[in-house]
Design a protein. Sequence first.
Lengths: 222, 118
Amino acid sequence: MAASIASPAPEGGYEFYVTEDPHAHDGHHDGDDHEHHHETGTMLGFWIYLMSDCLIFGILFAVYAVLGQSYAAGPAPIDLFELDKIAWATAWLLLSSITYGFAMIKMHEDKKNMMMFWLVVTGVFGLAFLYMSIEEFMHLWHIGAGPGESAFLSAFWTLVGTHGLHVTCGALWLVILLIQVQMHGLTHENKRRISCLSLFWHFLDLIWIGVFSYVYLIGVLL
Amino acid sequence: MSADTHDSAKAYRDYLMGFIFSVILTVIPFYFVMTGAISDTNTVIAIVVVMGAIQVLVHVYYFLHVTVSAEDGWQAMSLLFSAILLVIILAGSIWVISHLHENMMPAHEQIERVRNLP
């Protein structure tokens, strides 16, 4: 099994691990800890999913760019956005990105407990971000700036809401993975899943750069 | 094991570099927008856009680890393809709709016309 893992499939497109050893986690020499980060087809497949997700966000950004100044006599970004809170949310998300990076390093070193510690820290920062997002949405809803008020607000709620939904899914995924790692240890599958979530999580931070730059900062300027 | 610790040290350095760059590239646009240190709006917008674009590249390189050689180049290729599609979608939409917008009758004229209907 170790040999089959160490040498990638010739076509590079398949990955079969039906013979996974259930006791692999109590030994550190099960051969897969030297695998390359981008070795398997799963990683490439997940990457292509992320690219398609990127196109969804691209379309939502395009919609926002087209509709973002149609206020329908309603509130404009400068009336609604509180940049200091956005700065905090950005900080939480960026911090969660680097702590996930540390978790990845610990995963490659096969240090399960340290890896789980960093994943928990990542989750806490992610929740802090989500808390700020939800608080902002609740605030907007209460002051009557719901998604139905103007084309600008529809586009804003859709774009930022989709991002928030992605972060929520990422956080759920993180919790499930923590349980999986706790139950089954750092198996090959779990490592692969953690690597996929790593891409997903960093990708969401990348999308957030676009959101805070274009929607919030430039929105307040215009 | 020595190779492992060496790799880890390099990985730590990469993540920390990415983090520090990101912090700098985030603080600069927030600073200029929140303090209004530059009064010319177009200059500030240019700063925000350029800093954002650089930060995207920093994330792609330091956090997502996209290199030309990863996955035999498929990762970089698909990223490039998506970027081209994004440019077409974004630039195309903004360009077409802004032209459409200019050709629309201004709202107050529409109201006047409706009022003057026989």
